[in-house]
Design a protein around this ligand. Structure first.
Ligand code: AMP
Ligand code: ZN
Length: 113
């Protein structure tokens, strides 16, 4: 997607601070961190949001979650963390490329909404 900022981060035309990368996914620091550790994990393929996950493309979601323990450990999140996905208008999704927020580095607020 030519107008998608996370596709541009994936292809390197927009810089990011990379935390983890392989052939399928990229993790990079959020520009506006909301916790001491705030990393975004994205599939390299463009999927707009959680609402567009199907039987055909859901494998990447499992793959991301299979890598989260390794990414979290590399970030020092031994005491736990939170994974957040915002979807659509009511979910306040601002970037329309599927991403998971990995938040931690302190005791997070209990309030989720
Ligand atoms: P969401 O509101 O769930 O769509 O989250 C989008 C996130 O992307 C926000 O936390 C932004 O701070 C973050 N963000 C936007 N542009 C960039 C960028 N160029 N590099 C890193 N993070 C970004
Ligand atoms: Zn994209």
């Amino acid at each position: 997607m030519s107008d998608c900022i996370f596709c541009k981060i994936v292809d390197g035309s927009i810089p990011s601070t990379k935390v983890y990368e392989d052939d399928k996914i990229l993790a990079f620091k959020d520009l506006n961190p909301q916790a001491p550790v705030h990393t975004l994990i994205v599939p390299k393929q463009h999927i707009c949001c959680a609402d567009q996950i199907t039987a055909d493309n859901c494998e990447i979601v499992g793959y991301i979650f299979s890598k989260i323990p390794e990414i979290a450990k590399s970030l020092g999140l031994e005491n736990g963390y939170r994974i957040v996905n915002n979807c659509g208008e009511d979910g306040c999704q601002s970037v329309k490329h599927l991403h998971f927020h990995l938040l931690g580095g302190k005791k997070l607020a209990e309030n989720m909404a």
